[in-house]
Write a protein that binds this ligand. Structure first.
Ligand code: SF4
Length: 211
């Protein structure tokens, strides 16, 4: 895996790209890419917690649209999702990053893939090297064998993969999967070459982060 080539491919795809060696550098760079007073929001992400970005977002320097604040009603959460479209910055990870510089994400509710693809002025995507895959096919396979099973287990979803560690449709087409009401695979999004130059910024971290 040639990180420099991946950075070059991301830049050719009009996404800004950075490489850092550890979580502390990723946190410092994320802070640098934000401005105090920015309205910010985020997707659910183990990576953001591991890097310390969840604490950064809550340190009082930003207007954080926090959908995980205790006591929010379903309507209030919907309101936060709607406000996210006008945020200054959106923080997230990805389910996979291809060597060609494409981001792969699969969502259940699509609030994260929506914000990544449209709305917030800036998207900061922090990706551990464990999420780098050869190509799109391998990326969606990673979703079915790593990301979705571990996330459904973490979230306590009643899905086949939470019990077995692998999607029931691992060898099927991209969108094949289970019939569970709690399925987290619904919208399958690939970010290829972007029209808005450098709206998406990818920070590759030379550590295993999230899943
Ligand atoms: S489709 Fe269902 S079984 Fe397959 S990975 Fe997604 S949640 Fe798991």
């Amino acid at each position: 895996m040639d990180i420099n080539k991946i950075i070059e491919n991301l830049k050719n795809n009009n996404m800004d790209a950075y490489y850092v060696t550890n979580k502390a550098e990723a946190l410092a760079l994320t802070e640098k890419l934000l401005k105090k007073g920015d309205t910010i929001s985020c997707g659910g992400s183990v990576t953001l917690s591991e890097v310390g970005i969840d604490k950064l977002m809550r340190n009082g320097d930003y207007n954080f649209l926090d959908r995980s604040k205790p006591g929010l009603t379903a309507d209030q959460i919907d309101e936060i999702y709607a406000k996210t479209f006008t945020a200054d910055a959106y923080l997230c990870s990805a389910n996979a990053l291809t060597e060609k510089g494409e981001l792969i994400n699969v969502d259940g509710r699509a609030n994260r893939v929506s914000a990544i693809t449209y709305g917030p002025k800036s998207v900061i995507c922090v990706v551990g090297v464990n999420k780098i895959v050869k190509d799109i096919k391998e990326g969606f396979r990673r979703v079915k064998t790593v990301a979705a099973p571990l996330n459904t287990k973490r979230l306590g979803c009643n899905t086949p993969c939470a019990k077995t560690g692998v999607c029931i449709a691992v060898d099927g087409d991209i969108a094949d999967g289970c019939m569970s009401d709690q399925r987290i695979c619904a919208s399958y999004v690939i970010c290829g070459r972007q029209r808005l130059v450098n709206r998406i910024k990818v920070i590759i971290v030379d550590e295993k982060l999230g899943y």
